[in-house]
Design a binder for this molecule. Sequence first.
Ligand SMILES: [Zn+2]
Length: 407
Amino acid sequence: VQINSQRMKKRMDAINSIAVTADGGMMRLTLSDADKTARDLLKNWMEQEEMEVQVDDMGTMYGYMAGSDQNALPICAGSHMDTQPNGGRYDGLFGVMAALEAVCTLKDNGIVTKSPLVVINWTSEEGTRFSPSMLASGVVAGIYETEWSYNRKDIDGISVLDELKRIGYFGKKENRLQRAKYYVEAHIEQGGVLEAEDYELGIVNACLGITGLRINIVGEADHAGPTPMTMRKDSLMAAAEIMLKVRELVLNYGDPAVATIGTISVLPGAQNIIPGETSFTIDIRHDIPEGLTSLEEEIRVVIERTCKEYDLKKKIERYWRADPVYFNKEVIDAVEQAAEKVGVSSRTITSGAGHDAVYISRIIPTGMIFVPSINGKSHCPQEDTKWEDIVKGTEVLVETLLELDNN
Ligand SMILES: [Zn+2]
């Protein structure tokens, strides 16, 4: 089954021309006017295709294409249309438009599935305007409370609920996705593995678990001149040593284990004062819970030992822990068979980033399809994917939906 590549491109270009920054980046912040314009376009297209559009109380949009079996549970596909500030053209949007194009392609070819097909646009995936990320999928999956989610506020104190009402996308709670046969999310990889290894498609089997540590090391601030090296209690030197040891440790664990020290602050923070206090965070990710736990333990030992060596006080606080998520075997198999049918080169891949699919996998059998990201870039104007990879990824989605409908 061949998709209508021109139609899909025209629609994606229309949405990607709504709010463009000077750098050529996308600026469709969650529930902004630009988000509303994108939603209105999607709604129109779905209605043109004779889909029934529903909106839930978190603003998530569902486009239903009827199936032939009245009793069959729906099969869903989608992603999100909101972007980071100055974000890319394909993060999120690809998954929504691939789902829409898949449904349109089947309709054009006179193929009616047994299950109804549902195209979904989740509200507030990015988590930049309103934190945390994956808000609406989190509510549907029972992770976030509804009232709490309504009251998430942006930097100007404007709430999710206010904005849902203002842009006209405050729908009904009963429209929330509750039961479905499967959920499939197509997305850009956001890393450089597929491109580097020359694959056209990623069959996503899991999503890395995350542990976040906040570390505070306290030594003694002192004059940079008169204090000999042997008499110092330099918190930053110890932190620097810890960081290098963490890198070594994680390299020894091998792929897909990763660790990132993304923030650091030094007190008092003057050129000629020995740093008395250093705080930093470590974001640790691994694809198995035991690996995540042992990696954290080993990192804690490194911190402990190094601070002892330097005679420094330390505090280690865990601010986040999320176990790895494993996607549904039936969906993974269906994507694999679909990839074979379409004739794309593919490999199994683990997602390092979070997606709506991660939360939805708690309530519905779920899987993901990745297309390569050029230079592994995302969340920036340089984010890009070859158009032929977008087309192939969408064709794999079409075949995946057919495979799943036959299960
Ligand atoms: Zn995304």
